[in-house]
Design a protein around this ligand. Structure first.
Ligand code: PEP
Length: 261
């Protein structure tokens, strides 16, 4: 089940230019303490990754790409590959709901990106989750099944240890709608069951699963306390240093024990 280490990912989406991102990283570095039991991953826009990689203290923050193309090189105008990001980021988001639904990324695109990330020594964070319509029609678990099977199709058992999953119900991402912790728990169990079917029990127990969907400093502890949740993927609230710092503090083991009492 969930490991002792909690993971907090901040997805800055298409916000902050190079200078703003640098100032914001500087501010976060003053607020967020280095803790062995919390890993903080920042996902700024691609444009800022190179300069932030030179500024960042790698013990304090890891970097993630929000997106990349799955081919390594070639005539793909406007794209950036995982090969080019290698050495700059440690993680890459893949299949974020905004990529799936605004940019029409298919499970085939997504599985190629998961594979490209692993090939380039970048840990993919595969995002899965149902839309409001799919939820209303009782299709949540079918969607999770299809997105996991589709997204992981090129990944071997050995490679799976490099992959992280983020459960992000689309209706909760950027909407301010909170999923009930019981609902999240059931979906995360379904995800682990699916991983067990594909890769076996050890893989299902050890894969890291995050939750994301309008999580704030106020709601973070409730989700972090759920069995089977290894951390959080934070969008909106990661753009406010105080809120993000508060979420990271809540992920620290000592705070979790206090909050659970
Ligand atoms: C996200 O961007 O993955 C996300 C969960 O956003 P928000 O926290 O704003 O819902």
């Amino acid at each position: 089940m969930a490991s002792n280490k909690k993971i907090i990912v901040g997805n800055w989406k298409m916000n902050l230019n190079v200078q703003e991102a640098s100032l914001y990283l500087h501010r976060l570095s003053k607020i967020i303490e280095i803790r062995r039991d919390v890993e903080v991953i920042l996902a700024p826009t691609t444009l800022t990754l190179q300069s932030l990689s030179l500024q960042v203290n790698g013990r304090q923050f890891k970097l993630a790409a929000q997106n990349f193309y799955w081919r390594d090189h070639g005539s793909y105008t406007g794209e950036v590959s995982a090969t080019q990001l290698r050495g700059i980021v440690q993680y890459g988001l893949v299949g974020h709901s905004e990529r799936r639904h605004i940019f029409n990324e298919s499970d085939k695109d997504i599985r190629n990106k998961v594979e490209a990330a692993v090939r380039n020594n970048i840990r993919p964070i595969l995002c899965v989750g149902e839309t409001a319509w799919e939820r209303a029609n009782g299709e949540t678990y079918d969607v999770l099944h299809d997105q996991l099977v589709g997204g992981l199709a090129n990944i071997t058992s050995d490679e799976l240890s490099r992959v992280m999953i983020a459960y992000e119900p689309v209706w909760a991402v950027g909407t301010g709608q909170n999923a009930l912790p019981t609902y999240v728990s059931a979906a995360v169990s379904a995800i682990r069951n699916q991983i067990e079917q594909l890769y076996g029990k050890i893989a299902a127990d050890s894969i890291q699963v995050l939750y994301g969907g309008s999580v704030t400093a106020h709601s973070a502890a409730d989700y972090l306390a759920l069995p089977g949740i290894d951390g959080l993927l934070i969008g909106g609230a990661s753009l406010n240093a105080d809120s993000f710092g508060e979420i990271v503090r809540k992920a620290h083991r000592g705070s979790l024990i206090v909050e659970r009492k």
